[in-house]
Design a protein around this ligand. Structure first.
Ligand SMILES: C[S@@+](CC[C@H](N)C(=O)[O-])C[C@H]1O[C@@H](n2cnc3c(N)ncnc32)[C@H](O)[C@@H]1O
Length: 199
């Protein structure tokens, strides 16, 4: 990933977040949001413009610096904080968040990192909070040749079965220039009502 940013090979770079992110934000009152694998911060900056207080996490220094610079240009520095860190080590963040987003990060992680990520998210997201996840899907027995690892849909469901309710899944495909079309999906989770954010 660091190489991709260094080479300017960042096909997800856009001024606006995906429509799915905007649609979810439109249904919620602004609060605290967490953008996991924020890249150049297109979702975080959009949410901040809508009145949210947003923490963006990315392990690539160039991504975090770029996101902070873009937020500053938009006059949104006070509503955004970009952290250079792994999404598998979220201990430095304090609950509770009302919304967590992941647009294309989780499917890059290995099994242990995914476990730590899920544990962190369970701690941070408030009861009733929304977790919106975009994932590259893969079929059983097939390992993608290009791009991120991808995840089995069953693995996504299992990973968040503890503490989250899956309210909706939207299946689709993703086309990245120069790569084969991927199966992908948007997962709409909600943190179990009745569970404390810090449990
Ligand atoms: C496909 S990009 C999407 C970026 C952003 N979510 C967007 O929609 O513009 C995935 C991002 O996840 C970040 N990422 C991948 N693994 C990570 C990890 N372990 N910790 C933090 N960020 C990670 C990458 O650096 C990259 O910026």
């Amino acid at each position: 990933m660091i190489d991709r940013y260094a080479m300017g090979n960042v096909p997800w770079d856009d001024t606006l977040p995906p429509p799915e992110v905007m649609a979810v934000a439109a249904k919620l009152a602004p609060g605290r949001a967490l953008d996991l694998g924020c890249g150049y911060g297109r979702s975080a900056i959009y949410l901040a413009r809508q009145g949210w207080q947003v923490d963006g996490i990315d392990y690539v220094p160039q991504a975090v610096a770029g996101a902070a610079a873009r937020a500053a240009v938009g006059g949104l520095s006070a509503r955004t904080c970009f952290h250079q860190a792994s999404v598998a080590t979220l201990d430095f963040l304090q609950p509770a968040y009302d919304l967590a987003l992941d647009v294309g990060c989780l499917h890059n992680l290995d099994k242990d990192e995914r476990q730590s990520y899920a544990d962190g998210l369970r701690r941070l997201l408030r009861a009733g909070g929304v977790y919106l996840l975009y994932v590259r899907l893969r079929q059983p027995g097939v390992v993608p040749e290009n791009g991120p690892r991808g995840m089995l849909e069953t693995a996504v469901r299992t990973r968040f079965a503890d503490g989250f309710v899956l309210e909706n899944v939207e299946h689709g495909v993703t086309q990245v220039e120069g790569q084969p079309v991927w199966d992908s999906a948007w997962f709409y989770f909600r943190r179990h009502a009745g569970m404390a954010a810090a449990s």
